[in-house]
Design a protein around this ligand. Sequence first.
Ligand SMILES: Nc1nc2c(ncn2[C@@H]2O[C@H](COP(=O)(O)OP(=O)(O)OP(=O)(O)O)[C@@H](O)[C@H]2O)c(=O)[nH]1
Ligand SMILES: [Mg+2]
Length: 255
Amino acid sequence: MSGYTTAQIRNVLVAGHAGAGKTSLVDAMLFASGAKAHRGSTSEGTSVSDFDKLEIEHQHSIYTSVVHCDHKQCRINLIDCPGAPDLLGGALSCLSAVETVAVVVNANAGIEVVTRRIMESARELDLPRAIIINRIDQVSAESLSRLVETIRQSFGPECLPINLPFGSGSGVVDCLLGAEGKSDFDTVRLWHARILDQIVEMDDNLLEKYLAGKNRITNRCTHRSSGRWTKRMSFRSCLPTQKTGLESSSCWTRS
Ligand SMILES: Nc1nc2c(ncn2[C@@H]2O[C@H](COP(=O)(O)OP(=O)(O)OP(=O)(O)O)[C@@H](O)[C@H]2O)c(=O)[nH]1
Ligand SMILES: [Mg+2]
């Protein structure tokens, strides 16, 4: 690797319960970023991350693998961990090597044992966490909405979706910078307002503008302040992998 400064490097642990779709997500990210010309598939035995003979045979990750892709002048190192509870040690031992933990949740199964263990351990280390709700094409908008509420009850009401799904999970709409657009559940405006409320709490200048009138806050301000927000908050997201794999919908919470 060359040409990247330390500030341009992101180390992200991709963890979560077995079958949540971590390896598929990593394959989708490698493809969407252009790191791979073809999208790997665990079920077809062509995954970049699950390349071992046993992994291909069992269609589950057994070993932790490190892959990377480049995005917006950053080198992103992705550490894909096995999600079987017996292999949890693989994920836990990587926590000290990353700055962010992406916790993938299977929308079909909801919060599972490994989800909680990883969330707890990452919180103890004060690591920002992103919850990615995956396999959203397999559930109804109602159950997805219920899952978001369960996540907020379990991990804190500060968890807010950054994107919401639309078109029966075929895509997502941005709630961080946009307040318009259609979603399969709830309005984008509602979640955008909640995110904005949290962001302005951390920035006095922005709070002043906010109190003077919401329309005085530009996307540029929101984006700039959201950087500080992400450093002080944990970051959680929902991300459908069946399309590009890089669209995302996210929630945030205090550590
Ligand atoms: N329908 C649908 N299936 C998915 C999605 N993501 C993953 N899958 C399927 O879910 C199964 C499990 O995916 P993996 O990527 O191997 O899951 P994992 O979290 O890496 O599992 P472990 O390695 O065992 O921890 C595979 O059959 C994938 O094809 C998705 O977004 N939609
Ligand atoms: Mg895997």
